[in-house]
Design a binder for this molecule. Structure first.
Ligand SMILES: Nc1ncnc2c1ncn2[C@@H]1O[C@H](COP(=O)(O)OP(=O)(O)OP(=O)(O)O)[C@@H](O)[C@H]1O
Length: 273
């Protein structure tokens, strides 16, 4: 896979990348109905994500971040509004395997090796054996696990298991990666290491990433834009452009601008309350 150098702060100028947005939502609402009553999980959300952006969704518990990701992934259907993913309806996008999904906890099969876990979606879709192996090996190299093909999930740390999940989510080489707080359960040091890894993968593969997090520094470090959400009803409060240039290194975390941006996001979250 070739490594490309991105324009600096490409997120800040991402609309200039042009073309059809990878995700376009307009006036999107989602109301869950249960015996306990109705919950407005998302109200009148409008957002568009361009190819190659790294967009984080941040907000307090229950503000609809997972719901928004699940709507994009066609795991739930909106109550009203418009949603296009890769120019298609969410259903058509799911059927065309336009996205990969990484869950909060790694969902791996204990009885399959790392390699077999990554090959699973390809196996289900009937890819020939040689191609399955070649793709899975390439993806494991991408996530830094080329020496762990024949280990089982229980033999890996939590961070390594999430890397396997990321490799598997990329099996069909989707344009879009949806990540629901994938590093939330990890200690701070491992989390920062995986943040660095994820940015490297993003820069190498040119994916579009939508990333849910509760962590302000994580959102600022990774994103080209941060979508700040409010709870009850879940709304998009503000979208903050992150004008830090890529590639981002650990030094970025200690820069004045990083501090200013984390403060800006914190203030927006407070305002949202
Ligand atoms: N299947 C469901 N049925 C009923 N209500 C639901 C369902 N799923 C989510 N909700 C409600 O919708 C709202 C938004 O939930 P969602 O999981 O999207 O929030 P979130 O921002 O991802 O929260 P967290 O940060 O805690 O994961 C919450 O009030 C939640 O209780």
């Amino acid at each position: 896979m070739s490594v490309s150098v991105r324009p600096t702060a490409r997120g800040a100028s991402s609309p200039a990348l042009g073309g059809e947005p990878v995700i376009a939502l307009e006036g999107l609402s989602m109301v869950y109905r249960s015996r306990a009553g109705e919950t407005v999980a998302l109200q009148n959300a409008t957002l568009s994500v361009q190819a190659g952006e790294f967009v984080s969704l941040i907000g307090p518990s229950g503000c609809g971040k997972t719901t928004l990701l699940r709507l994009i992934a066609d795991l739930v259907q909106p109550t009203s509004g418009e949603l296009r993913v890769a120019g298609k309806t969410p259903r058509a996008a799911r059927e065309a395997r336009e996205y990969g999904y990484v869950f909060q906890a790694p969902v791996l099969y204990d009885w399959r090796t790392v390699l077999q876990n990554v090959m699973l979606p390809l196996e289900i879709m009937g890819f020939p054996r040689a191609e399955r192996q070649e793709r899975a090996a390439r993806l494991l190299k991408l996530v830094g696990l080329e020496d762990f093909h024949h280990r089982y999930p229980y033999q890996l740390s939590g961070g390594m298991q999430q890397r396997v999940s990321i490799a598997r989510a990329l099996a069909f080489d989707p344009k879009l990666l949806l990540m629901d707080e994938p590093f939330g359960a990890l200690d701070e040091i491992t989390r920062e290491a995986l943040n660095n890894e994820l940015l490297r993968i993003w820069e190498e593969t040119h994916k579009t990433i939508v990333f849910v997090t509760h962590s302000i520094p994580e959102a600022v470090f990774l994103s080209s834009r941060i979508v700040v959400m409010t709870p009850r009803p879940g709304k998009i409060e503000r979208v903050i452009e992150v004008d830090l240039s890529y590639p981002r290194t650990d030094a970025v975390r200690e820069s004045r601008r990083f501090f200013e941006l984390t403060t800006q996001v914190r203030e927006a979250l407070k305002g949202a309350h």
